[in-house]
Design a protein. Structure first.
Length: 129
């Protein structure tokens, strides 16, 4: 079974999803990530979905849930690398991903996390381009 690595970079965690997500793997990722946030006292979580070409409503809700769980655990979540087809699908499914911050790539995502952590900026509705 595929496993999604969770890497620690300073006070942030990087999750790079390089495999097709299915429901069971998504649930395992949620569990592992929340445990890792607590264990490492991470302040930021960056989820790189650049390898995902398609998503369904379950994966969209999972991203939203991870962001909500991270907030409760005092960590900022940014989803990076969203492909245009994925964005279109999420909108067509009616998923708003409220509270989920996005950035075009890992560098911009890390900069966004740093701004929120270091300066207290809370650009929830702002998208990093």
């Amino acid at each position: 079974m595929a496993e999604i690595p969770i890497l620690k970079i300073g006070d942030c965690l990087l999750v790079s999803i390089q495999v097709d997500m299915h429901d069971r793997l998504a649930m395992e990722l949620q569990d592992q990530l929340t445990q890792k946030i607590v264990a490492t006292r991470a302040r930021g979580v960056m989820i790189d979905i650049s390898a995902l070409e398609i998503v369904d409503s379950f994966i969209g809700r999972m991203l939203n849930d991870i962001a909500a769980m991270s907030r409760v655990l005092d960590a900022v979540t940014v989803v990076v690398g969203m492909q245009p087809a994925v964005a279109i699908t999420l909108v067509e499914l009616g998923l708003k991903l409220e509270g989920v911050r996005t950035a075009l790539d890992v560098d911009k995502g890390l900069a966004l996390i740093r701004r929120v952590i270091d300066w207290g900026e809370d650009p929830v509705d702002r998208r990093e381009g």
